[in-house]
Design a protein around this ligand. Sequence first.
Ligand code: UTP
Length: 301
Amino acid sequence: MTGAATTQTFRTAIVPAAGLGTRFLPATKAVPKELLPVVDTPGIELVAAEAAAAGAERLVIVTSPGKDAVVRYFEEQPELEQNLEAKGKTDLLEKVRRGSGLLAVETAIQEQALGLGHAVAQAEPNLRPDDEAVAVLLPDDLVLPTGVLERMSAVRAQYGGSVLCAFDIPKAEISPYGVFDVTGTDDEDVKRVHGMVEKPKPEDAPSTYAAAGRYLLDRAIFDALKRITPGSGGELQLTDAVALLISEGHPVHVVVHRGGRHDLGNPGGFLRAAVDFALETPEYGPSLRAWLTERIGTERP
Ligand code: UTP
């Protein structure tokens, strides 16, 4: 039995995947960015596996009308599976079945990309009466090694309320991030959150703790999402709903994750992730390493 089982505080995970993926154009004209493969596995499967390992039983994918391939990816493919089975391709069969076997997948539709908060709000009808909290995982944010959701769940079990995930970022590099205003607890890696500042200048940053794409949200978030107004870019921001809850005394903590991260939402970050994962595989790692070593420092002929 894992630690997650003893402090399990959620059964439903929400993965918002209805964004426009503009940073990945032109590929995202036809292919949802969530399906772009990190080596051979779409980012959304990596995130679904993380949710399942943390004890989620159901995954609600918020998708848009043109992106139904994201949900199809998790459906069984009987013909393909029979074909692979008949040919004895058991390794491939296992890979094909992996996604659909992880957890029960449901869909919610966001008709228009009106922001992350709006996307999460679309999943409310999918909740069960006993869902007191939900996990939200952004599929373009790989948090490594996995396991932070289990720690976030333990923090909710201790303090109640909502729990977010933070990275400790050097102050000089903090500007692209949402940054938490925090005070400490007895645990060095758990902080109480008092507010959040989006994309501050280093001198204005209230801390060095930057938000990552993992949230464990009390069900009260859905009510808060109905009470906020559109913020920057005319979008309903999830962080505005969290800020509203904080202002009403709802406890919000962060778990500081001491590990790595890949941003799959832009080509540069995606390539790093793909190279990082490929280098770890016995199949591609050694030859990729040798090629990269030779390629670096040479001009393309
Ligand atoms: P991003 O801002 O990274 O995704 O949102 P995006 O909007 O697709 O990307 P760009 O900026 O146009 O390149 C983080 C996550 O939230 C989802 C996205 O699909 C992504 O997984 N999202 C964002 C929604 O589901 N709906 C929205 O309205 C906005």
